[in-house]
Design a binder for this molecule. Structure first.
Ligand code: NAI
Length: 476
């Protein structure tokens, strides 16, 4: 088996944590029970690009139990948990000397060159064949296939310009190398893929852009916008893991500090609530009047970053947008202000601009925690080099909330793989009855007793006793 992880000797530790996680992931366990006899994913060759954590290990082994052949990478250079990666490679029946699990190409602290090499490795099977499904988080695997096929059609891979981010040059180099190795590879891969299921807001945004431009090559299911994903993982998951990230990175007392949360979408709502829960005085910035009004009515001060940049202690960006905190902002912050991002990509904070400030010095406190000292002697602390701090500095969301997200992922994979003809090229969300099913699978574990509608009540509000209980336009 081909694979590349940090250290296979961590597999036993990973396996012990996977065992605990399974108990906390009732949705995934129920899906295993429902489908492992019929194996609806038999014949599926799934390439996964999603943070290689303990929770993801439970997802991967669920896909395997349903019949799939899987290869995996992390979707961020810092988010891999090396013991999880090792346990997945060794597998449930293997040993370190004879691994029998799933090929994983991921370790904590990859370079960007290694990251795109890993993505390329997982997008080809040892016999040279391509995957027929992608499970993506942020859209990097989908991007590589689409750009590869586009440049093969154009007959050349362009050269990155001086203004392009460094990462874009790495992506172009990866494509140039792989096309030279095997011309036509990406066109074949794009044709082979039946569909992609996408995990996060940022990846979904990319998919809708491609669908709008007419460049989307295969159907996609937007898993993020299942209610049981974005209204749970993005909100309650970040409510847990934003504090975990801050604590493990700095252990600074949050109570009494002024924390600025940029963006009050699902992630921003979870982060703001968590920081307030720790006793921070939380200030929100927003561009959307609806979200700004929500923040105000939830009791947060809403103002611009300009107003508070010099006085706040902790900054968390949650926008999925870019250039939220600029180099100029950072140079004006107070001594030892903490700067972090929990959105998908690192461009919410202008790290390249920070590095170019004359006289700036970067001091590593420990991996993924850096002090940036300005020439006047004052400094700021930047977490995870501007990448998502809950996965870079801590271990991301806990199992129970990821069980909701990943049960949606598995159901979406089954939908696209087994009913391909029902999904012409486009971007879809799962039907509401499946969303409700995911929620239902998590109630018992929390001791929730659901009230049942009477037939008369169901008729009165115009729904079926079995659901769905809300129209598609309901917002929760
Ligand atoms: P969302 O669209 O619900 O919220 C983003 C908010 O930011 C919106 O309300 C928008 O109006 C606001 N915004 C945009 N530009 C802004 C600006 N210049 N200043 C202030 N506010 C601005 O998106 P969601 O679901 O909250 O996701 C946000 C990001 O977090 C995405 O990149 C997503 O992929 C990522 N994410 C990260 C997770 C993690 O574990 N680290 C988990 C889930 C999502």
């Amino acid at each position: 088996m081909d694979y590349k992880v940090a250290d296979l000797s961590l597999a036993d530790f990973g396996r012990r944590e996977i065992r605990l996680a399974e108990h906390e992931m009732p949705g995934l366990m129920a899906v295993r029970k429902e489908y492992s006899a019929t194996k609806p994913l038999r014949g599926a060759k799934i390439m996964g690009s999603l943070h290689m954590t303990i929770q993801t290990a439970v997802l991967i082994e669920t896909l395997v139990d349903l019949g799939a052949d899987v290869r995996w990478v992390s979707c961020n250079i810092f988010s891999t948990q090396d013991h999880a990666a090792a346990a997945v490679v060794v597998g449930r029946d293997g040993t370190q000397d004879d691994p029998k699990g799933v090929p994983v190409f991921a370790w904590k602290g990859e370079t960007l060159e290694e990251y795109w090499w890993c993505t390329d490795q997982a997008l080809q099977w040892p016999d040279g064949s391509a995957p027929n499904m992608i499970l993506d988080d942020g859209g990097d695997a989908t991007l590589l296939v689409h750009k590869g096929a586009e440049y093969e059609k154009a007959g050349a891979v362009p050269t990155a310009s001086e203004d392009d981010p460094h990462e874009w040059g790495v992506i172009l180099d990866t494509l140039r190398r792989t096309i030279a190795d095997r011309p036509g590879r990406w066109t074949e891969t794009a044709a082979e893929i039946k569909g992609v299921t996408e995990e996060t807001t940022t990846g979904v945004h990319r998919l809708y852009e491609m669908a709008k431009a007419g460049t989307l090559a295969f159907p996609a299911i937007n898993v993020n916008d299942s209610v049981t994903k974005s209204k749970f993982d993005n909100k309650y998951g970040c409510r847990h893991s934003v504090i975990d990230g801050l604590n493990r990175a700095t252990d600074v007392l949050i109570g009494g500090k002024v924390a600025v949360v940029c963006g009050y979408g699902d992630v921003g709502k979870g982060c703001s609530e968590a920081l307030r829960g720790q006793g921070a005085r939380v200030i929100v910035t927003e561009i959307d009047p609806i979200c700004a009004l929500q923040a105000a009515m939830d009791g947060f001060q809403v103002t611009t970053l300009e107003d508070v940049v010099e006085t706040a202690d902790i900054f968390v960006t949650t926008t999925g947008n870019f250039n939220i905190i600029t180099a100029d902002h950072m140079s004006r912050m107070k001594h030892q202000a903490i700067v972090s991002n929990i959105g998908h990509f690192d461009n919410e904070i202008d790290m390249a601009g920070l590095a170019k400030i004359p006289g700036i010095e970067k001091i590593e406190i420990k991996p993924q925690v850096h002090e940036w000292r300005f020439s006047d002697g004052h400094s700021i602390i930047v977490l995870a080099e501007g990448r998502l701090m809950n996965l870079g500095c801590a271990t991301g969301h806990p199992s129970f909330v990821m069980s909701n997200s990943f049960t949606n992922q598995v159901i979406a994979q089954i939908e696209l793989y087994t009913k391909t003809e029902e999904y012409p090229i486009g971007v879809y969300v799962l039907p509401k009855h499946l969303d409700e099913k995911v929620a239902r699978l998590h109630l018992d574990a929390l001791g929730v007793k659901l009230t049942e509608l009477t037939k008369e009540q169901a008729a009165y509000i115009g729904v079926d006793v079995e659901g769905p209980y809300k129209p598609d336009h309901y917002r929760y």
